[in-house]
Design a protein around this ligand. Structure first.
Ligand code: HEM
Length: 263
């Protein structure tokens, strides 16, 4: 659910980190904000099931909502993106993934998440003009074996250098990514649909800031010289419990807010 949708549908209390996606403007590359009310992320091993469910959802919303963007992703070899690199290797798993992606029991909206999505397209001919070594320097990992480059060999503007962020205690701040490749030969479109879930969306926002405006001696993420962001949205992902009974969820959230901040 997007921020404006939440305001119109539920008002207060509102999930603490739900706000419109903040565009990021770098000196050379930008991440635009393209608002939306509802995002449906459908996943299955069979595409027909995703298509059928999407169709039923669209039917259910007929006359109430229009489809603004629609991307059909696919699995590409061993979970590679169209740049040819394995995408998702350093994703957290198990309990670490849960902690990274889901709000805790004391949150007014427990068991929820915040998802950031961006539709990127790649300039594949420019990318293919790079040597494999230069592509590996842009990502920070080897292409075929998907191994992290040694720290001393990593370029400051490598994708993974800018996206490893730490908290004040030196612990890595994680998000859970579920990027999907998509494309069209007729249109010459080769893309990555970035999908990042976080319990604390400021982690994702910090990564975006570093990618587009640079940090630690890097002007921007080298991948952005070959990848353009066309959309950007931030959505609150309610828990199943909330979706089953939003009125009860709102009541519980109000009580939790009251208990933690009686003022
Ligand atoms: C054009 C879009 C993107 C592409 C093609 C891409 C691709 C990749 C690849 C190939 C890796 C290395 C393998 C892995 O650990 O998954 C990676 C890592 C990562 N990416 Fe991206 N990515 C994109 C956008 C983003 C964005 C927008 C963010 C954050 C806002 C992000 C955050 C991360 C993080 C956190 C890692 C793991 C870093 C580590 O722990 O080593 N990526 N990405």
């Amino acid at each position: 659910m997007g921020s404006d949708f939440w305001d119109a549908a539920y008002g207060t209390p509102k999930p603490g980190q739900l706000h419109p996606f903040r565009a990021v403007r770098g000196a050379k590359h930008s991440a635009p904000a393209t608002p939306g009310d509802l995002l449906f992320h459908l996943r299955a091993r069979r595409q027909d099931l995703c298509f059928e469910l999407a169709h039923r959802i669209a039917d259910a919303f007929a006359g109430l909502a229009a489809v603004e963007d629609e991307v059909h992703g696919f699995r590409y070899f061993d979970e590679r993106d169209l740049l040819g690199f394995v995408d998702g290797t350093e994703n957290p798993a198990g309990a670490v993934a849960e902690a990274a992606a889901l709000t805790g029991a004391n949150d007014p909206f427990p068991g929820s998440s915040y998802v950031v999505v961006q539709r990127y397209t790649h300039d594949l001919s420019a990318w293919r003009g790079l040597s494999v070594e230069a592509q590996e320097a842009a990502v920070g990992r080897t292409k075929l074996e998907d191994l992290e480059l040694p720290d001393e060999a990593k370029a400051p503007d490598a994708h993974i250098v800018l996206n490893v962020v730490e908290d004040a205690d030196g612990r890595e701040r994680k998000i859970l990514r579920d990027n999907m490749p998509f494309g069209s030969l007729k249109d010459g479109t080769f893309g990555t649909y970035f999908i990042g879930y976080a319990a604390d969306v400021s982690t994702t926002e910090l990564m975006l800031e570093r990618m587009f405006t640079g940090a630690d001696g890097a002007a921007h993420d080298r991948l952005l010289d070959f990848s353009t962001a066309h959309t950007g949205g931030l959505f609150f992902v309610p828990s199943q419990t909330f979706l089953d009974d939003p009125a009860a969820g709102l009541q519980a959230a109000a009580a939790e807010v009251q208990a933690t901040d009686p003022a």
